[in-house]
Write a protein that binds this ligand. Structure first.
Ligand SMILES: Cc1ncc(COP(=O)(O)O)c(C=O)c1O
Length: 392
């Protein structure tokens, strides 16, 4: 399919080749391996003389379709689909690192990405430095001769701070360091890091890409040369996405644009409502005029995304009471679902951090994160208003 087509069309019309059965919707290729026509074909495929399926750990028509779409949507040359967002994060880093290397990781990246950085890589002799998302002027001094990669997320979770992708990629290029962006919160519909100079884009497809809380998955995207290394690593370590999940996630991409439009319009309306609410101390949303980086958000994002955070008056106890007072909203460890999800990071996902560490990544005691769903906005506002009232 021509890549001059628009996002929505590419997400719908990029499809695996039709089989002899002339199906309209792509079948699920639930097979571990593929049959060779003859010994010569087997030899040539193993010798990489041409591309073709051999074994689902290496490739499969469903994962190839999902990857092809993601490449077109993110503006990448190539990609590899993995069983989860975390296997994508790990496989987007490990192939480029060896003992003695150094990486810079934004301190506000997802918790398991921090665990890889601080608990696993050091065992293999890979050192790290943390970058503070709110102090970009200090990043230059973190680069060392052995620095190989800068890993970051924008917008960050849950503090919704932004990184200037253009400036950071210039800095990385000056130092010959790969820039790896986890684009899970924005999705390619709202932000395309490669267009701003990122080398690798990583996703947890479990979130907005699936969009309905059904399937775990991840993907790594970049240039042909970089993905060649990722493919070698994944082929031999085995984090491949299952054909069934690839089928679900590729189908989900068909509706990504319309879903993100509604997620973002619901989120902006909720954020504006919360800004006026007397029980709310402050609200954060990238496209609110009160967001300190609103002009950067409007420069590099098409819209503000589906996540809103706010500080409810009354600290940790009020935060917990707020959650208990919700009726419709789901209280679950996920985001990016068609159903609105509320979480209280200080007493759950980030409860093991010290107060100081929590504060350094923007998690104050009364912080509530709302993954704004696709229900009618009047019902979402009613739900949040009711929980604010009942939790007083
Ligand atoms: C930004 C980000 N990256 C990576 C992950 C990990 O993804 P998965 O749960 O699909 O392994 C998550 C999960 O919440 C996430 O929010």
């Amino acid at each position: 399919m021509s890549d001059t087509k628009k996002f929505e069309t590419l997400a719908i019309r990029t499809q695996a080749d039709r089989s002899q059965h002339r199906e309209h919707s792509v079948p699920i290729y639930m097979t571990s391996s593929f049959v060779f026509d003859d010994a010569e074909q087997a030899r040539a495929l193993f010798a990489d003389e041409y591309a073709g399926n051999i074994y689902t750990r290496f490739s499969n028509p469903n994962s190839t379709e999902f990857i092809d779409k993601m490449c077109l949507l993110e503006g990448a040359e190539d990609g590899f689909a993995t069983a989860s967002g975390m296997s994508a994060v790990f496989s987007s880093m490990a192939p480029f690192l060896q003992s003695g290397d150094h990486i810079i990781v934004c301190k506000s990246v997802f918790g398991s990405s921090l665990q890889i950085t601080t608990q696993l890589f050091p065992k293999w002799g890979i050192e790290y430095s943390f970058a503070d998302i709110n102090q970009p002027e200090t990043w230059e001094q973190l680069f060392k001769p052995k620095t190989k990669m800068f890993m970051a997320e924008t917008p960050s979770n849950p503090s919704l701070d932004l990184i200037d992708l253009e400036k950071l990629s210039q800095l990385c290029k000056q130092h010959g360091v790969l820039l790896n962006i986890d684009n899970c919160f924005a999705t390619p519909y709202l932000q395309q890091p490669i267009a701003w100079g990122a080398d690798i884009v990583t996703h947890s497809a479990t979130k907005f890409i699936d969009g309905q809380g059904r399937a775990i998955g991840g993907v790594i995207l970049g240039s042909k040369a970089l993905i060649e290394k990722v493919r070698f690593f994944c082929r031999h370590t085995g984090p491949a996405m299952s054909p069934f999940n690839a089928w679900i996630l590729s189908k989900s991409l068909e509706t990504l644009a319309v879903r993100m439009d509604r997620h973002t319009s619901n989120a902006l309306t909720l954020a504006e409502y919360l800004e006026r609410h007397p029980e709310v101390e402050s609200v954060k949303y990238p496209f609110l005029n009160s967001h300190p980086q609103v002009s950067l958000a409007k420069k590099q994002m098409k819209a503000g995304g589906g996540i809103v955070t706010f500080l409810v008056k009354g600290g940790v106890d009020r935060g917990r009471r707020f959650l208990n007072a919700t009726e419709m909203a789901s209280h679950t460890a996920n985001l990016g679902d068609s159903r609105t999800i509320v979480t209280h990071p200080a007493s759950t996902t980030h409860s093991k951090l010290t107060d100081e560490d929590r504060e350094s990544v923007g998690i104050l005691p009364g912080l509530i994160r709302v993954s704004v769903g696709l229900e009618h906005i009047d019902d979402i506002i009613h739900e949040i208003a009711l929980a604010l009232e009942k939790s007083k």
